[in-house]
Design a protein around this ligand. Structure first.
Ligand code: 6PG
Length: 483
């Protein structure tokens, strides 16, 4: 009797991301075993797309496990959190040593670290994989950020690289990121940057609307033009698309009938939480998360604020000013750069803390295509970190330092204009404050230290001596060295 055909990989959880990754794998010639808690989804996928490649239909996890070649590779595509643990718990008794469980959802990296360690004790591999690119990317080539053991990547890597997006030079947008939760951590920071990237676009849109007086359709053209400049990126490209969309029901620009309250699923918040824990100043990312939170403040509170809070703004004299539009473009570029610089700096710090040895040039490389933050500037970011080069901050890389120097007056003008016109531009302004904070020779933190020492004897350092010092504020105000 002929050997029953085995699958190279199994996918459990066939909502749109799982289904599209399964189809992508099958389209690349891999035999894919399919499983879903309710078999209807499996059958619907097979009915609609069964002819795209070799699929094996399974109804139970046992059937899924039995249908796979060894070592088995099982991709879990269920909602992050408890559902992932539930599937793992059901799978583990069915597996053999060296089998690989892959979690392709947006799981929180501490969960991934915990799961990896628990499964390693049982001789199993657990690989947390960051997948970016949305539904379309999952089907046609996402950017893939796998963590887990280096050994698991030997077996899994070729498959993932095969279905990943490819950069213009043909490099797969998939590479082993580092052990345990490294892949999910990098995906989390990717999402933090994604939040900031969208927020700076939003700030530019609001300024173009309320200062330059551009209608959405005109703005669509502006963003399309900007996409031909160094701002060229997926998010700018789709901004032009969204802004030109007309609402079928009202005939108005769609953006004008969408409720101005931004949702979020949590990855941006996690990025900021981790940044706070590790002491990384990701101000642009944090302001983006807070901007979404503010937009979602109860409607009644916003209505009351509109009625009761003074605006105190200057009259608009900037309508139709081409120079201002170019200023906004430049401010957008600088702020976007700061967001990427902060995200990468956070990765550098986390790499040391977790012993991940993250390669920032590789990470920049695999963000070049497939993912949501893909952008032309990633090519220069990659170059800035090439061959182990490690600028202390991305903003110091000559390619960026020089452009910022040129664009700085525009950036400052836009922040002033926004402030005077009462238009919130939290990432434009906080990025500029970060930039100035980095470069200023004396920060006001010296006074903060003095205050902390005054009320709490928290001590301070001196610019002219080693050690820590305390002033006897309630005594004779002399200084003592405490260490
Ligand atoms: C991606 C996206 C994707 C998803 C985010 C956004 O890289 O493909 O980041 O993972 O769109 O979860 O989530 P929010 O709902 O928090 O904006």
């Amino acid at each position: 009797m002929a050997e029953e055909k085995k699958a190279q990989i199994g996918v459990t959880g066939l909502a749109v991301m799982g289904a599209n990754l399964a189809r992508n794998l099958a389209r690349h010639g891999h035999t894919v075993a399919l499983h879903n808690r309710s078999v209807e989804k499996t059958d619907a996928l097979l009915a609609e797309h069964g002819d795209e490649g070799d699929f094996i239909r399974t109804e139970t996890l046992q059937e899924l496990v039995d249908s796979l070649e060894k070592p088995r590779r099982i991709l879990i595509m269920v909602k992050a959190g408890a559902p992932v643990d539930a599937v793992i718990d059901q799978l583990v008794p069915l597996l053999d040593a060296d089998d690989i469980i892959i979690d392709g959802g947006n799981s929180h990296f501490p969960d991934t670290i915990r799961r990896e360690s628990a499964l390693a004790e049982k001789g199993l591999h657990f690989v947390g994989v960051g997948v970016s690119g949305g539904e379309e990317g999952a089907l046609n080539g996402p950017s893939i950020m796998p963590g887990g053991s280096a050994k698991s990547y030997e077996s899994l890597g070729p498959l993932l690289e095969d279905i990943s997006a490819k950069a213009d030079d043909g490099t797969p947008c998939c590479a082993w990121i580092g052990t345990d939760g490294a892949g999910h951590f990098v995906k989390m920071v990717h999402n933090g940057i994604e939040y900031a990237d969208m927020q700076v676009i939003g700030e530019a849109y609001e300024l173009l609307r309320d200062v330059a007086g551009l209608e959405p359709a005109e703005q669509s053209k502006t963003f399309a033009d900007w996409n031909q400049t160094e701002l060229s990126s997926y998010l700018i490209e789709i901004t032009a698309e969204v802004l030109k969309q007309v609402d079928a029901k009202t005939g108005k620009p769609l953006v004008d009938v969408v409720v101005d309250a931004a949702g979020m699923k949590g990855t941006g918040t996690w990025t900021v939480m981790s940044a706070l824990e590790q002491g990384s100043a990701v101000t642009a990312i944090a302001e983006s998360v807070f901007a979404r939170a503010l937009s979602s403040t109860e409607r009644e509170t916003r209505l009351e604020a509109q009625e009761t809070l003074a605006a105190g703004v200057r009259e608009n004299d900037t309508v139709g000013d081409e120079a201002f539009i170019e200023d906004v473009r430049r401010a957008l570029y600088c702020s976007k750069l700061v967001a990427y610089a902060q995200g990468l700096d956070m990765l550098r710090t986390a790499s040391e803390e977790h012993g991940w040895d993250l390669k920032l040039d590789v990470i920049a490389s695999l963000w070049r295509a497939g993912c949501i933050i893909r952008a032309e500037l990633l090519q220069d970011i990659m170059a800035a970190y090439k061959d182990g080069a490690s600028p202390r901050n991305l903003l110091f890389a000559p390619a960026f330092r020089d452009v910022i120097e040129e664009y700085l007056p525009s950036w400052r003008r836009v922040v002033v204009e926004a402030t005077e016109r009462g238009i919130p531009a939290p990432v434009f302004s906080s990025s500029l404050a970060y930039y100035d904070g980095l470069r200023r020779p004396r920060l006001n933190a010296a006074l903060t230290q003095g205050l902390r020492d005054y009320f709490g004897a928290h001590t301070y350092g001196r610019i002219d001596a080693e050690g820590t010092f305390h002033t006897l504020w309630s005594g004779d105000r002399s200084e003592v060295q405490t260490s």
